[in-house]
Ligand binder design. Structure first.
Ligand code: FPP
Ligand code: MG
Length: 335
């Protein structure tokens, strides 16, 4: 991936951050405040996992959709929604890193690498609990229900992924169900909650919710691609983790669909033991031969094109423009 492409994505997010700066600040303060009130040693562990901050793409989308209407929004409540979503996301990542045995996240040692699995699971549990008690403060049952249901979707997606590790017959439909659960559901929730905060009609809320889902599906496919091709310096996590863990990502599924019996069995042998530089390079060339990465990109692009088509149905606003830019930049990200 060229620097130009990284910069395009970062630039789009930075523009959106500028536009939503106040809300991001309020949400950050809320998160820091909750961490500072954690009892005993939980406080230092909580504070350790909130830095460095992630890209906060879910918050940014929530805020842009919240600002896509005409009425003024309740800034405190809107920021609280985003803080709750970021905490839920953080809790799920801490647990995910335990499951994936990942050693780095956001360029830093993961929680379980620092404190062991037991403590990492408990820190994640505490953060999940705080995400839920925070959203209750808004006294909006609809939004509380979205966040708690989405917590269930994340778990269900992750369980389905684990149950299918190494399942060489997993279909694209089943894969879509997994990535909807583990990733797109939370981005969809962020978009829907933003639309609710904006006071949009139910019809608009459904449209915006769908934009979140479409963007979320593309987001995970790009994440699958990044695991293969790019990695460490940009995303702060090790590459080839998915394939090393026998996770059935889109490139793997498409490759297996297009393979002969002998190619399948070569792939199986290559991924049976710990990956080496040689096995990684062989897998990469097998995938390149079959145009797998381009095909994955095309699928991600189709989601993003549909997301932009839905965005074009919203009233013109600075937020809508930024949302379109983020979708376009996401397309470049997997170029
Ligand atoms: C990352 O996928 C995984 C998620 C975003 C969801 C993980 C969900 C759970 C562990 C369920 C537990 C949930 C709660 C509510 C505590 P990935 O491994 O493909 O991405 P990565 O490359 O960033 O690790
Ligand atoms: Mg992971």
């Amino acid at each position: 991936m060229s620097n130009l492409h990284i910069n395009t994505y970062e630039a789009a997010l930075n523009q959106a951050r500028l536009q939503t700066y106040n809300l991001l600040e309020i949400a950050d303060r809320e998160i820091c405040d909750i961490a500072s009130r954690a009892p005993g040693k939980l406080k230092e562990r909580f504070e350790a996992v909130i830095f460095p901050k992630g890209k906060r793409i879910r918050s940014i989308l929530l805020f842009l959709f919240a600002k896509s209407g005409t009425a003024p929004i309740d800034e405190i409540k809107t920021a609280r929604c985003a803080a709750s979503i970021e905490l839920l996301h953080l809790a799920s990542l801490i647990h995910d890193d335990v499951i994936d045995l990942s050693e780095t996240r956001r360029g830093k040692k993961t929680a379980h690498t620092r404190w062991g699995n037991h403590m990492a699971v408990l820190v994640g549990d505490y953060i999940l609990a705080k995400s839920l008690s925070l959203i209750v403060k808004n006294e909006n049952n609809r939004v509380t229900a979205i966040i708690s249901n989405t917590a269930g979707e994340l778990v269900a997606g992750e369980v389905l992924e684990i149950d299918n590790q190494g399942n060489l017959f997993l279909t694209v439909d089943e894969y879509n169900q997994i990535i909807y659960g583990k990733t797109a559901s939370l981005i969809e929730a962020a978009a829907e909650i933003g639309a609710i905060q904006a006071g949009h009609s139910q019809e608009k809320i459904e449209l915006i919710k769908d934009i979140g889902r479409l963007f979320g599906m593309a987001f995970q496919i790009v994440d699958d691609l990044l695991d293969f091709e790019f990695g460490a310096e940009e995303v702060g996590k090790k590459s080839f983790t998915d394939i090393g863990n026998n996770v059935m990502t889109l490139p793997v599924i498409l490759f297996l669909e297009k393979s002969s019996e002998s190619e399948r069995s070569e792939f199986k042998d290559l991924t049976l033991n710990n990956l080496t530089e040689n096995s990684i390079s062989r897998i990469t060339s097998l995938f390149l031969e079959k145009n797998i990465f381009s095909e994955c990109r095309s699928i991600a692009l189709a989601y993003l094109t549909q997301a932009k088509a839905n965005l074009s149905l919203l009233e013109d606003s600075p937020s809508r423009k930024l949302l379109i830019d983020i979708c376009s930049a996401m397309s470049y990200r997997c170029n």
